[in-house]
Write a protein that binds this ligand. Structure first.
Ligand SMILES: [Zn+2]
Length: 173
C-alpha cells in the first residue's frame, strides 16, 4: 500500500518537446448553419462554405491527456454588404484564437490573481489541466488584458488578500 504522503512524479516531467506529450482527445463541435444573419445589415445569408478550426481546451486531468475541440463552422456571404463572415462561435473562443476562452481566463488568473511567474503558470496549466501553453503566449494574453482594462490587481496579491487588506486599512470613501 502506498503511503499517503508519497506521490509519483508527473509522468511528463522533463519532456521539453511538445511533440512528445500525450496526444489530445478530440471533441467535435459544430457551428454549421444553412443561413445566418449578416452582422452588418441583418440579412439572412446562405452558407458559402464549411471550414474547420482546432481549439486547445482544458484537458482531461483524470486521463492525463490534452483535449482539442475540432470545430466545424459555416462561412456565409452577404450579397448586400459584399462580405464574408463566419457563424458566431464567440462563446468558445476569440476570432483566430488557438485556445478556448476557458484556457485564456485560467492562464490570466494564475498570473494576475495568484501572482505566478509565466513559466510557473505554464507548467501549472500542463500539470493540473493538461493544456500546453508556451509561457510567452500567456505573457501576451496578460499584456493584452493590461492594455484593454488595466491591471485590476496592481500589487500582485491574490484578490481575496487585496480585498482583505483594503478592508483592514482604509474605510470606503
Ligand atoms: Zn449584410
Amino acid at each position: 500500500m502506498r503511503c499517503p504522503a508519497v506521490y509519483p512524479p508527473d509522468p511528463t516531467l522533463g519532456i521539453t518537446d511538445p511533440q512528445m506529450l500525450p496526444p489530445p482527445k478530440l471533441l467535435r463541435r459544430s457551428r454549421n448553419y444553412e443561413h445566418r444573419p449578416c452582422p452588418e445589415c441583418g440579412k439572412s445569408c446562405p452558407r458559402d462554405r464549411v471550414r474547420t478550426r482546432t481549439l486547445h481546451d482544458l484537458g482531461d486531468a483524470v486521463g492525463g491527456r490534452p483535449r482539442d475541440i475540432q470545430l466545424t463552422y459555416s462561412q456565409h456571404h452577404c450579397t448586400r454588404c459584399r462580405h464574408y463572415f463566419p457563424a458566431d462561435m464567440s462563446d468558445l473562443a476569440a476570432p483566430k484564437a488557438l485556445y478556448t476562452h476557458r484556457v485564456v481566463a485560467l492562464a490570466v488568473r494564475l498570473v494576475v490573481e495568484d501572482g505566478l511567474p509565466y513559466q510557473t503558470a505554464s507548467w501549472h496549466l500542463w500539470r493540473d489541466h493538461r493544456v500546453f501553453v508556451p509561457y510567452a503566449t500567456i505573457q501576451n494574453w496578460v499584456e493584452a488584458r493590461g492594455k484593454k482594462g488595466g491591471r485590476s490587481n496592481p500589487c500582485g496579491l491574490p484578490r481575496l488578500g487585496l480585498f482583505w487588506n483594503s478592508r483592514q486599512s482604509s474605510p470606503s470613501p
